[in-house]
Design a protein. Structure first.
Length: 373
């Protein structure tokens, strides 16, 4: 679309005259602003800047009307998304060329990935180097290179020795188990696993957090993931398991099939097919159809949310950027948002939310404090 077409479409949107197809087209165009290869000129950005203010005025007006019935932000289904995408795009273009010397500095502590072998004290892994990993007997059991740790395969093991890897906020890590299974660990995640899987025995690992599994198929040796209240049984497949503390446990299947059961209530196992999400509710397992790719965007470093409450988004931001966010503006807890961010800094991201949701924030050491406007 050229400049005139963009402006005409935005003007129609502001007047509430867009068809569903035109709204989808506009949303798709604005989303493309997040891509680095975009080469739109300054005049086009200025046009969008003016239109953005008008769109946000319409969003605010709509919220005021809708709040008389219910205080949920997504009732203006498309307006919130468009403002987020415009804001994110503008911050991307301007922040890459301008530096605010008066901006507060966020002090982020750098934490290390820690590997605990057996009952021994954990050792920090240098993600900038390459090194062999040895057990208590001095035998090399794995090789670590950057953010990837690969375990050796051995058949002369009769008793399993469990290791544990802990990934802090602000980092991701990749682990290859002794059977060739690859596990991508998200920030704030720990995984307990056998140093070697015993031939003929079940393969079991214990997850706290979020991970994407690519399980090596072994018909006679099923693979089990214990994550919170979930027990995921699989022969060979690709799936995400999430058991972050304070969140509902869930599994999303990308490929193959898995059996899901609840360890606490001993519900009957349910079989999942690709594209399904299983959520663990109070007394049952709820299964629904989803876009599975939305649940693995973090593998490419993308922060995404789709109609999620603000408190859940705060948790995602804290894990990705290794910061603490304190929300003192209670109204935000009733709002939901959707959007995607790639390479933005934490402060750029906060500025987008500040403009979109209407709040102020301040920085104290490594803590971000959100307050009323």
């Amino acid at each position: 679309m050229d400049n005139k077409e963009i402006k005409a479409l935005l003007d129609k949107y502001i007047r509430n005259e867009c068809t569903d197809e035109e709204i989808a087209l506009l949303e798709k165009f604005l989303e493309s602003y997040q891509k680095k290869e975009s080469n739109y000129d300054a005049d086009k950005l200025e046009t969008l800047e003016v239109s953005k203010d008008k769109v946000w005025n319409r969003v605010r007006s709509g919220i005021e009307k809708e709040e008389r019935h219910t205080p949920v932000f997504p009732l203006l289904k498309y307006a919130a998304a468009i403002v987020l995408f415009i804001s994110s795009a503008l911050y991307f273009f301007y922040s890459t060329n301008e530096v605010d010397n008066n901006r507060e500095v966020l002090q982020i502590e750098e934490n290390a990935v820690v590997l605990k072998i057996g009952d021994h004290t954990g050792q920090k892994l240098n993600i900038l180097g390459k090194q062999p990993v040895k057990n208590k007997n001095g035998k090399i059991i794995a090789t670590q290179s950057g953010t990837r740790l690969v375990y050796n395969s051995s058949e002369d093991v009769s008793e399993p020795t469990y290791n544990e890897i802990m990934v802090p906020y602000g980092k991701k890590f990749q682990l290859e188990l002794s059977d060739g299974t690859v596990v991508h660990l998200n920030s704030g995640t720990s995984l307990r696993f056998p140093e070697q899987f015993i031939e003929g025995s079940e393969r079991e690992v214990f997850l706290d957090g979020e991970a994407y599994f690519e399980v090596t198929k072994r018909k006679q040796q099923p693979f089990f993931v214990h994550a919170g209240d979930m027990k995921v049984a699989v022969l060979g497949t690709r799936f995400v398991a999430n058991s972050y503390e304070g969140n509902k446990n869930y599994t999303v299947l990308m490929e193959g099939s898995v059996s899901i059961s609840d360890k606490t209530t001993r519900t009957k196992p349910q079989l999942m097919i690709p594209g399904q999400k299983a959520v663990f509710l109070e007394n049952e397992i709820g299964i629904s159809e989803v876009n599975a790719n939305d649940y693995i965007r973090w593998l490419q470093g993308e922060l995404s949310f789709n109609n999620q409450p603000f408190p859940e988004i705060i948790q995602k931001i804290e894990r990705k950027y290794n910061v603490t966010i304190k929300n003192e503006y209670g109204r935000l807890n009733d709002l939901k948002f959707r959007g995607r961010f790639n390479d933005e800094t934490i402060l750029d991201l906060m500025d987008v939310f500040k403009e979109t949701a209407g709040f102020e924030y301040k920085i104290e050491a490594n803590e971000i404090i959100i307050t009323a406007p």
